[in-house]
Design a protein around this ligand. Structure first.
Ligand code: ADP
Ligand code: ADP
Ligand code: ZN
Length: 224
């Protein structure tokens, strides 16, 4: 059977470490779509699908949505035409079971290509998440201090209204960080053992993080 190597970049790192911001920058540079499970859930929620309604209670609580539905959603997304060259996975996998499922999905295409780990201190995470604002219309991500829109509350890209995510409130952020350390951080060892882990200092300004990412991607054969 003919198989073709594709590029699958897995962004690892705590909530608020800047994964989505970098995925949106790299998707243009690399020609690979961003596949962000959080965005997919929020899209389903906005459109009141069954999946969206199921995910809502978990998201509001800062817990992971059950693996079965999450894995099926990703499988479906990766089978779409735009993922033919590969994808930038942002927010998936988030536990060992999801990582194993991803390996099975990608086995015909050479598996995961590289796993950049976004390293930032918890204080930075809290600072970034508390100032995060999202466009209700196009999903563009801003920060009231570090990446402010030209006009407060209005999206530079599309003029849409900016809002704060329900789960970006301090109580839920604490829980999400706990879930990250408990369930997602073990993936660091998992990918390290496969020789795919690359640590990135994600506390730097956005363009410096992009430069650091491009350097490790090149090391793993992913060129712009
Ligand atoms: P952040 O990048 O700030 O952590 P996300 O948008 O990635 O936030 O995720 C928001 C919420 O969506 C998570 O707290 C969780 O409830 C749900 N979610 C996202 N990705 C996954 C996943 N891979 N498995 C289970 N739940 C997920
Ligand atoms: P994640 O997808 O990992 O949850 P985001 O990309 O949504 O993280 O970033 C979280 C917040 O931090 C957003 O408000 C974003 O504008 C801001 N941000 C992202 N990268 C940086 C950076 N390098 N320096 C300062 N703020 C950043
Ligand atoms: Zn917008």
């Amino acid at each position: 059977m003919a198989t073709k190597a594709r590029t699958f970049i897995v962004f690892l790192g705590p909530p608020g470490s800047g994964k989505g911001t970098q995925a949106k920058i790299l998707e243009k540079k690399l020609g690979l779509p961003q596949v962000a499970t959080g965005d997919l859930f929020r899209y389903n929620l906005k459109n009141k699908t069954e999946l969206g309604l199921l995910a809502k209670s978990y998201m509001d609580a800062g817990e992971l949505v059950p693996d079965e539905v999450t894995i099926r959603m990703v499988e479906d997304r990766l089978s779409r035409e735009d993922c033919a060259p590969g994808a930038i996975l942002d927010g998936f996998p988030r536990n060992l079971q999801q990582a194993v499922a991803l390996d099975q999905m990608l086995a015909p295409y050479g598996g995961v290509t590289v796993t950049p780990l976004f390293q930032v201190d918890d204080e930075v995470v809290v600072e970034r998440i508390s100032g995060r604002r999202i466009c209700r219309n196009c999903g563009a991500v801003y920060h009231v201090q570090f990446n402010p829109p030209k006009q407060p509350g209005v999206c530079d890209v599309c003029g849409g209204e900016l809002y704060q995510r329900e789960d970006d409130r301090p109580e839920t952020v604490k829980r999400r960080l706990y879930v990250y350390y408990k369930q997602t951080a073990p993936l660091i060892g998992y990918y390290f053992a496969k020789g795919l882990l690359e640590e990135i200092d994600a506390s730097q300004p956005v363009d410096q993080v992009t430069a650091a990412l491009l350097a490790v991607l090149a090391k793993h054969g992913v060129a712009v």
